[in-house]
Design a protein around this ligand. Structure first.
Ligand SMILES: C[S@@+](CC[C@H](N)C(=O)[O-])C[C@H]1O[C@@H](n2cnc3c(N)ncnc32)[C@H](O)[C@@H]1O
Length: 267
């Protein structure tokens, strides 16, 4: 197969990530909950570490630690994203090859697990272990943000494609594929494929074997793990039910075909 002219990690960032959201918008909820802006952030399942690198750009007080298990993606995080930072920013980011199930010695103001990465834990016991490890890794008055997707639309087998503009190579088609959901195990497979100019296809560039956790289950697990309080950030809709891109704490919501929300644990 011809070699791709662009890293699959770069394509992933273009297709999936919106780091500004995680560094500008979500921390405002930490400030609102705790009464003080956060500075020390841990990015779990950090992959290419974009969020950590954006975080240290926001203020000279900010520091970030990214945890991931995969040496290949961590090498990209360091050699590409960290390397593009200024000297002072570089010093305030650390990437560590570490299992998120193990607490870090360093304590953080807030920890984030984005793009549903913790769906990799299929057993309640494992997810509880992760939530306990995160709780232990937070300072007192720390917050833990779990990004969650759900609704029937997330469980239906489907194939959705969108076009990206990849610098230097042009239009790339990204395909998000959802495989059959198993209602007994609550497990489903997902894949990301890319079609590049010149018929080059990166099939199954990324694949996920995920348990689809529900919001209520997550809240119960966070309480069992020792969090004092949990809240759900739910996206506002207009009168016609159209998502508005603004999140508010909610204790109940209307049925929706598919959603992205945040479950927050407050220590
Ligand atoms: C969906 S990807 C990363 C997504 C990224 N957080 C984002 O927001 O786009 C999931 C990452 O989790 C890492 N991972 C899987 N299990 C892990 C574990 N137990 N501890 C740390 N990292 C893990 C994988 O190596 C992979 O890079």
């Amino acid at each position: 197969m011809a070699k791709s002219p662009i890293s699959k990690f770069k394509l992933y960032e273009l297709a999936v990530q919106s780091p500004n959201w995680q560094v500008d918008y979500l921390p405002q909820f930490h400030t609102w909950l705790i009464g003080k802006p956060p500075t020390l952030m841990r990015e779990d399942f950090c992959g290419t570490g974009r969020i950590s690198c954006e975080w240290v750009k926001r203020s000279p007080k900010n520091k970030a630690v990214g945890l991931d298990l995969d040496p290949e993606v961590l090498a990209y995080a360091k050699n590409v994203n960290q390397d593009a930072l200024s000297a002072s920013e570089k010093k305030r980011v650390t990437f560590i090859k570490q299992d998120v199930l193990k607490p870090t010695r360093e304590k953080f103001d807030f920890i984030g697990a984005y793009n549903f990465s913790y769906f990799i834990f299929h057993e309640r016991k494992q997810l509880l272990k992760y939530a306990k490890a995160a709780c232990q890794s937070l300072k007192n008055h720390g917050t833990f943000f779990l990004e969650i997707a759900g609704g029937e639309g997330f469980k239906e087998a489907c194939y959705e494609s969108k076009t990206l503009q990849a610098p230097g190579i042009g239009k790339v088609e990204q395909v998000w594929e959802q495989h059959q959901y198993d209602p007994i195990t609550q497990v489903s497979d997902f894949s990301i494929h890319f079609k590049l100019p010149g018929q080059l296809i990166i099939n199954d560039a990324f694949t996920y074997h995920w348990r689809i956790w529900e919001i209520r289950e997550l809240r119960e697990i966070l309480v069992d793990a020792g969090f004092k309080k949990t809240l759900v950030l739910w996206e506002k809709t207009d009168e016609k039910g159209k998502w508005q891109g603004e999140y508010l704490p909610a204790e109940a919501a209307n049925h929706s075909q598919s959603f992205i929300a945040y479950v927050v644990g407050v220590k």
